[in-house]
Ligand binder design. Structure first.
Ligand SMILES: [Zn+2]
Length: 131
């Protein structure tokens, strides 16, 4: 017999005995048990989501220039750090030759190699400073 049937039988017996305080106590206990079951189910879902997030976090590598790669990926494909940090989604980024990447999902543009970027865009103006 489960808890629900046990309490239901108790309520029936208390009603037959005309014990109203006991009926009320058993109904209150039944409500509290249902609340605990609902809370437990909510926590199970939350725990499952946190485990999935941790599992994913364990598989990524963060980089100084705010992009993500996967541990053990020999291609070192670049994923959007914005999408990962906001939605825990791994969205492969499109890299450009200027050291930046672009995310097709959130449209974020970040750096994957600041040195390449600086060389490309700052060398052009350096001679002016040298003179
Ligand atoms: Zn993104």
């Amino acid at each position: 017999m489960g808890w629900y049937e046990a309490i239901k039988d108790g309520i029936n017996a208390a009603q037959k005995a005309d014990n109203i305080p006991l009926v009320n106590n058993l109904i209150e206990a039944q409500k509290q048990i249902l609340d605990l079951i609902n809370e437990n189910n909510k926590l199970k879902i939350e725990n499952s989501e946190l485990k999935a997030k941790k599992n994913l976090t364990d598989k990524i590598e963060r980089h100084k220039d705010a992009y993500i790669t996967l541990k053990g990926d020999s291609q070192k494909l670049i994923y959007c750090s914005n999408c990962f940090d906001t939605n825990q989604r791994l969205i492969q980024a499109q890299t450009d030759e200027d050291g930046t990447y672009w995310c097709p999902s959130c449209k974020y543009r970040g750096y994957y190699d600041m040195e390449i970027y600086n060389r490309k865009y700052h060398e052009d103006i350096e001679p002016e400073y040298i003179i």
